[in-house]
Design a protein around this ligand. Structure first.
Ligand code: S3P
Length: 165
């Protein structure tokens, strides 16, 4: 089994919403690695960061992605930082990976105050800008398809993915 598509991209790219739209369209289940991690830990990602630290979260994330890639045959959305792990980058090879590209303005608008997103605490705009700068090349490298989400609705983005997959 393998997911039909894997969605990658930064916080505020719309991964979870677009994943739901794709799942509805194709009649496929939708899985989200952040939710898998939260369900297993019994607490939100933000609390895992506070209680156990980011490194621990990243280890849980590597395992959650690896499991989902073999278990799930629907639409899979990865947490924004999942692709940072080299082992995850390797595991994505051979899958249809869609990078939801987003600029700072749209990402900031979508994440709002950054509620529940520990990496954005402090100055949301500055942090989003830094994360986008650091990670855009990684998302592009693991993706087989890149979709511009700027100024677009999740329905519109999902429709483009459906046309191109
Ligand atoms: C993170 C993104 C979050 C979540 C965690 C870390 C990141 O997922 O995994 O807060 O490093 O970009 P979303 O992209 O689904 O918000």
């Amino acid at each position: 089994m393998a997911p039909r598509v894997v969605l990658v991209g930064p916080m505020g790219a719309g991964k979870s919403t677009v994943a739901r739209r794709l799942g509805e369209h194709w009649g496929l289940g939708v899985r989200d690695t952040d939710q898998d991690i939260e369900a297993a830990a019994g607490k939100p990602v933000s609390e895992i960061f506070v209680d156990e630290g980011e490194e621990h979260f990243r280890a849980l994330e590597v395992a959650a992605v690896a499991t989902a890639l073999v278990e799930h045959d629907g639409v899979l959305a990865l947490g924004g930082g999942a692709v940072l792990a080299p082992v995850t980058q390797e595991a994505l090879a051979g899958h249809t990976v869609v990078y939801l590209e987003v600029g700072v303005a749209d990402a900031v608008k979508r994440v709002g105050l950054g509620h529940g997103r520990p990496l954005l605490l402090g100055n949301v705009r500055a942090r989003v800008m830094k994360l986008l700068e650091e990670r855009a090349p990684i998302y592009a490298a693991v993706a087989t398809i890149t979709v511009d989400t700027n100024g677009r609705t999740p329905d519109d983005v999902a429709a483009e993915i459906i046309r191109r997959v």
